[in-house]
Design a protein around this ligand. Structure first.
Ligand code: NAG
Ligand code: NAG
Ligand code: NAG
Length: 500
């Protein structure tokens, strides 16, 4: 072949290769798109089964405690602007519970940012905290956002949107009250100023110095004066006597950092929470919404005052790891894998379930007010997993998982309308139900977009058996995450509302 003809032949080949690969890519894209559409249709169909008849009395829900104002800013933009000439720290493994100065702030942020892990930290330095808020206020108006925040008000709003009657236990200012629908009843008094939380948000791929965020998440800083003391507890306990809800939700306890209390004082506040929980009649279900807890002592106090008296727990994958570590080994973990495999999560859920059941079976003899856990909901970026004890009061487990998955998508994409093209699928077509060898696999398909199955959980020295239903719903992950702070509150509340 002459060199010219040879070149021509080569070009022809490349053109053909490119052509074939374009067709192949299009084929793959269409295939993913159609799979997404099929899953979405399936999820929406399951969700629509939850519609309550118009004549049904709405469920009553009560939620505590606390409220705050969220100040949301772009993390990398904010830090680059104010700490431009700062030497960005090399990350050490030790992340801190509490941040006292700029160095510690940047170090702690770097640690979570490079892991893409959510974090909530106390800023112990009031001067620096005020300074950060002033910095944020002079940024462009479009770049900062103020929201009503706090787990309790956000969950309250979600329950209200799901058609529930709602009582909220919180102290808030008269600036904040109008942000809540007036139908939501408030147990608590008016205060002059709400606590502010600074939420530093970042997206997957955002760059700060040498670090790249592996996923979208947020780093929260606070310097609360009101929330740690959960002052609304007593007012709420009083209001509950007449209100008699089907569901009582306890949240916001992660705000009770030790720096806000004199020795022994925090325990007294937690005693009040326990009093509230144990004074509920048995037809009121108690739920505890976990959050990012860093202090081991506080987790141990929760294990003593709160966990024994709730029927249900909600949390994300990090909080699950943390709780599992505390229950099994009495220690906490910091950042964990941000996209854990389903099998791993389910195994951790089983362990937590078993631990709580064991504690119950040992201690309920001397403490008749103890409750046996009957529901566990774990939300991750890619899926929702719900365990319920078969024949317990919780209904619609499958629909609750579907609902939570759809809420997760709608929230993070900030859109009620779900466009299959905006969706990224993280899950495969099937998953193992445990890391153990030969564990059964479940398929996620058009025929079963939310796989559910039943299995026995064994616990205690006498190997008692209890039957649980497990449902896993895939989340259609948004390509462009718009909002991650507060997603957990919406997701957990929508799952709970579906099960009342
Ligand atoms: C608190 O922050 C201010 C402002 O950044 C700083 O000057 C001061 O040293 C900090 N205090 C402590 C105890 O670190
Ligand atoms: C923050 O701003 C930078 C550009 O300045 C952008 O690349 C990044 O994606 C933004 N992150 C968020 C969470 O909006
Ligand atoms: C998608 C979604 O449900 N978002 C809601 C989360 O909750 C807040 C209220 O707390 C609503 O304003 C959002 O619309």
């Amino acid at each position: 072949m002459s060199p010219m003809r040879y070149m021509g032949w080569m070009t022809g080949c490349s053109v053909l290769t490119v052509f074939v690969s374009i067709i192949w890519q299009t084929f793959l894209t269409l295939q993913t798109l159609s799979r997404t559409t099929v899953l979405l249709t399936g999820l929406l169909a399951i969700e629509s089964s939850l519609k309550r008849p118009a004549d049904e009395t709405p469920p009553k829900v009560a939620i505590g405690y606390g409220a705050c104002t969220d100040l949301q800013i772009n993390a990398t933009e904010f830090l680059n602007r104010y700490y431009k000439n700062y030497k960005i720290p090399t990350v050490t493994t030790s992340a801190r519970d509490v941040v006292k100065n700029e160095d510690e702030l940047l170090q702690s942020f770097a640690y979570y940012f490079q892991n893409g892990a959510a974090a909530e930290r106390v800023m112990a330095n009031g001067t620096l905290f005020k300074q950060l808020i002033e910095f944020a206020k002079v940024m462009d108006k479009e770049r900062i956002h103020w929201y009503m925040g706090g787990n309790a008000p956000l969950m309250a709003m979600r329950f209200f949107m799901e058609g529930a009657e709602v009582l909220l236990g919180a102290h808030m200012s008269k600036k904040m009250r109008p942000l809540l629908p007036k139908e939501i009843r408030l147990a608590g008094v008016e205060i002059p100023d709400d606590d502010i939380h600074i939420i530093l948000e970042y997206m997957a791929g955002d760059v700060w110095g040498p670090y790249v965020a592996p996923r979208a998440n947020r780093y929260i800083l606070h310097n609360d004066k009101n929330n740690p003391h959960i002052r609304a507890v007593e007012e709420m306990t009083n209001a509950l006597k007449l209100y008699h809800p089907q569901l009582l939700v306890v949240s916001g306890l992660q705000m009770m950092d030790m720096f806000s209390f004199n020795p022994g004082e925090r325990e007294k506040r937690l005693q009040q929470v326990k009093m509230q929980l144990i004074s509920q009649p048995s037809d009121t279900r108690n739920h505890f919404e976990m959050a990012s807890y860093v202090e081991l002592k506080l987790l141990q106090e929760l294990r003593q005052f709160v966990l024994p008296y709730v029927d249900s727990l909600g949390m994300n994958e990090q909080e699950l790891s943390n709780l599992q570590q505390v229950l099994t080994h009495g220690r906490t973990t910091l950042a964990t894998d941000c996209n854990p495999r389903i099998a791993h999560t389910l195994d951790q859920m089983r362990q937590v379930f078993i631990h709580l059941l064991e504690d119950y079976s040992v201690e309920s003899r001397c403490d008749p007010k103890r409750r046996r856990v009957s529901r566990l909901h774990v939300h991750t970026l890619a899926y929702q997993a719900i365990f319920t004890i078969v024949d317990s009061q919780w209904k619609n487990t499958q629909a609750a998982a579907a609902k939570a998955a759809l809420t997760a998508h709608r929230y993070v994409c900030k859109s009620q309308f779900i466009n299959p093209e905006s969706v990224l699928q993280v899950l495969d077509d099937s998953f193992a139900t445990s890391m153990q060898e030969n564990a059964p696999r479940m398929r996620i398909s058009a025929a079963s977009p939310v796989p559910c199955w039943k299995e026995h959980v064994q616990y205690g020295r006498d190997l008692e058996r209890i039957k649980v239903e497990i449902c896993v719903a895939p989340v259609l992950v948004c390509r462009e995450a718009r909002k991650t702070a507060g997603a957990g509150d919406n997701i957990s509340a929508s799952g709970l509302a579906a099960q009342l």
